[in-house]
Design a protein around this ligand. Structure first.
Ligand SMILES: *Cc1c(COP(=O)(O)O)cnc(C)c1O
Length: 392
């Protein structure tokens, strides 16, 4: 199916039908599976076939459909689904690293990703060097002959910096390091991270894949060798399994993801353009705007699209709060990629934990608002923002 378009793969990839030949994928809400004989149980524990399951912590037919569909969509050999995006980030890193290993990571990370790299891995003796991910010179200086992995968000949260996947992968591969990319903001729709050099891609399926704020989920994509020999043994024994029901939500989410993300992206660009003309705001950040400092790289790396999220500075925390509180359609929350437009004040919520100097270094100013654009009418969203800005 990889020769077909992403849209076709997102609708049909991974489908398994039961004896009833159902149209919509079945939810196998079962923890285990019955063996006809003791010998059959022994044989399956020795080696389970492609369509044979042992225990839902190891695998489940509905979860397998989701894994195969997203792998087909992404052009990855294999995938392992997890209970959340963070379980995917943790699983990808922890399954392959051991004490004494060296990792280079971009500093501009989602708060929980930073916690894993800064607190968890280092506690177990992994050395982590942080770099400004947009500065190739810093990657080049930090990557050593013994570097085991590099990690970055291809589009960073919340300031939407773009990391050059091809260039960083080339530097990492020159020393044999594994490139692990958190691709949430770029979305599976606009990104071709594996084709561009990433060895492993992780997603929080909670975001654009579900896209309707219903469930947590995550997935690790990579070569069959990496997924089956490194990731699977770690995850099946440590237990961050995706529930079959949530896997079903994600499967159905994948079917409409392209249409949703395309509409959200079109809207996000129009909103970013409209906000750019507002003198009450400074620094409207959107990779799809010609004025974004990495516009050319974003366009080259993301199929000419800027994504579904933008950010802007209202000038101060007081003004940002006033603006947020005046919104009537856009909700205040901290998810993204959702059908509902969501505004977030990173400095006091998602990045509250960071010391002020670190916030400043990452561009998380007191007035910064992150906006995840949903599926409402674009004119309604621009109207909502314009009248909220009018109260400042
Ligand atoms: C949300 C998010 C995660 C974590 O995903 P959960 O499903 O909330 O665990 C990881 N990385 C990025 C960039 C995210 O936006």
């Amino acid at each position: 199916m990889t020769s077909t378009s992403k849209r076709t793969r997102a609708v049909h990839g991974g489908t398994r039908r039961s004896q009833y030949n159902e149209v919509s994928e079945a939810i196998f809400m079962t923890q285990g599976f019955v063996y006809d004989t003791a010998e059959a149980a022994e044989a399956r524990f020795l080696k389970a076939g492609d369509d044979e399951f042992i225990y839902a912590r190891y695998g489940n037919p509905t979860v397998a459909m989701f894994e195969e569909r997203i792998a087909a969509l992404e052009g990855a050999e294999d995938a392992f689904a997890t209970a959340s995006g963070m379980a995917a980030v943790n699983g990808a890193l922890t399954s392959m690293l051991k004490a004494g290993d060296h990792v280079v990571s971009s500093r501009a990370l989602f708060g929980s990703c930073l916690y894993i790299l800064e607190e968890v891995l280092t506690r177990f003796g992994v050395e982590v060097t942080f770099v400004d991910g947009t500065d190739l010179g810093q990657w080049e200086a930090a990557i050593r002959p013994d570097t085991k992995a590099v990690f970055f968000e291809s589009m960073s949260n919340p300031t939407l910096e773009i990391i050059d996947i091809r260039a960083v992968s080339a530097l990492a591969h020159a020393v044999g390091a594994t490139v692990i990319v958190d691709n949430v903001f770029a979305t599976p729709v606009w990104s071709d991270a594996i084709a561009q050099g990433a060895d492993v891609v992780v997603y929080s399926a909670t975001k654009h894949i579900d896209g309707q704020g219903r469930a947590l989920g995550g997935v690790i994509l990579g070569t069959q060798e990496f997924i089956r020999k490194t990731v699977e043994p770690y995850l099946k024994h440590t237990g961050a399994a995706l529930s079959p029901f949530n896997a079903w939500l994600m499967l159905k989410g994948l079917e409409t993801m392209e249409l949703r993300v395309r509409a959200q992206t079109t809207s996000a660009k129009l909103i970013a353009e409209a906000l750019s003309t507002q003198s009450a705001l400074s620094n409207v950040i959107y990779p799809g705007l010609a004025g974004h400092k990495q516009h050319a790289l974003a366009m080259a790396q993301m199929n000419g699209q800027g994504g579904t999220v933008l950010a802007f500075d209202a000038g101060s925390q007081e003004r940002a709060f006033k603006l947020l509180n005046a919104l009537e359609i856009i909700i205040i929350s901290n998810n993204l990629g959702d059908a509902k437009s969501i505004a977030t004040h990173p400095a006091t919520t998602t990045h509250q934990r960071l010391p002020d100097e670190q916030k400043a270094a990452l561009g998380i100013t007191p007035g910064l608002i992150r906006l995840s654009v949903g599926l409402e009418g674009t004119e309604d969203l621009i109207g909502d923002l314009t009248s909220a800005i009018g109260t400042l």
